[in-house]
Design a protein around this ligand. Sequence first.
Ligand SMILES: [Zn+2]
Length: 442
Amino acid sequence: MLGHQVFCTNCNHQRNALHAQSKWLVCTACQHLFSPDDKNVKIKISTFRAAQCELLKLGDEYTSEKGTYILTGKIVKQELIDTSAIWTEYCFTNENNENLFLSEYNGHWNQIEEAETFDFLQEKPSNSFINPNKKNVDIENGNYYLYHHYQLKIDYVEGEFNFNPFEDNGNIAFEYVKRGHLRIVEEKRGNKGILSFCYKGEYLFPNEVLAGLTRKIDMPDKIGYVGNQPFYWNWDIPFFRLMSLFTIIAMLGIAFAFYIEKKQIAKLDRIFIRGDESKNDSLGLYKKSPLVVSTPFELTYDYGLLSVEFTCDDLQNDWAGAEIALVNTKTDETRYCVIEAEYYSGTDSDGAWREGSHRNTGVIEHIPKGTYQLEIQAIAQANSNPKTIVLDIYAARGSLNLCWTFVGMLIILNIILWLVEDYFIWLKGGENSINWDSENSS
Ligand SMILES: [Zn+2]
C-alpha cells in the first residue's frame, strides 16, 4: 500500500512511506535507519555527505525503457582507500520492476539494475572469479574488462529501501566494462570469494539522464579524464553523418546545375605556331604564334567563370602553351591565364611509356558580365615541329572550387569522426584498456 504509515522504532516519529515495499527507512527526525519488521535495526546515519546527494530529491521521477520509477532512497558511498572518491547512488523503485539505480560520480553517470543471475557466475562459482589480477571475463558472449575495483563504505543514507542499504557496506566492488556497458560484482566483506551482488548497467550521458528525469536539474560538471571515470564522446555523430550526406547531395546537385549551364561561346581552331619567331626569356628558348584576337562575345553571368580547353595534337616529346588575355572591350580591363600541355613518350626496358597529355584546361574566375574578347598568343618549344592549337572557350555561372573543397572537408571530417568515434567508445569502456590488452595474452 502506497503512503502507508510507519513509526520510527527509535524515536517513534510517524511518517508516510513512499513505497509499499519499503522495509528499511531513515527517520527524518532522529536520523536512524530502522525497520518496522525488525526492532533490532537501528543505525545512526552520518550527515557528513548529505550535500552530495541533494541533486535529486526523494519523490523525483525517472523513466527508463522499463517504466517510470520514483526516487525513494539515496546513498552516498566513499572509497576506503581513495577517500576523495564519492559515489552518490539514487535508488528508484517501481511497483512492478526491480530497483533501478542512478549512480553519479564526478558528473559521470551510470544506470544500474538490480542483481541478475549471470551465466558466467553459474559456470564459475569458485573464488577464482573475484581476483583483481583477472583483467577480463566473458559475460554473455562479450569480453568485459576490469575497469576498477574498490571498497565502498556508506557515508550517508536518506529515504527508504526494500533492502537493507547497509547489507553491502564495506563490500569490495569490481567494475567490469565493455563499450559503455558495465557489470558490477560485489564480494561480501570479510568473505573472500563469496559474491554478494551482481549488477548490470550502462554508462549514461548527462543528457540521457536528463531525458529520463521528470524534474529537470542542473547537471554537475564532469570532472576528470579517463583516470577517474570512463570518458565518452557526447556528439551525435550519426546525425552529423546524415546531415553531411544531405549537404554533399545538395552540393553535387549545384555542381550538376552549374555543369549543364556551362555553354560554349567560342572555338579557336586555327592558331598556328611555326618556326619563324623564336625568343629567349625566363621560359628559355621558345617560339610564338602571331597574336590571335577573337571576335567579341557577351558574358552574361556576373562574376562567372571562363574555362579554356587547350588541345594540341602535334605534341611529340615537347610542350606547347597559350598566353591568354581576356579583355573587356569597354573598359580594357584585362585578365590573364596561361595554359600549357606537355607530352612525352618512348620505350625503355619496361616497354613503351607515355607521360603528359595533349590537353589541358585553364580557368579565369570572377569575371563581371560584359562584352569581352580574347587575345591569344600560343607558344612552343624552340626548334620543334610546327603545331596547331585548338581552344574551346566555355562560360559558366561560377567556380565549383568552393563546392568541391566543402564536399572534401565534409568527407574528411566524417572519416576523422568515424575513426575517433571508435576510439572514444573504446575509452568509454574503461581507463586501463591499454594495460589490459597487454595482459590479456597471459
Ligand atoms: Zn526516529
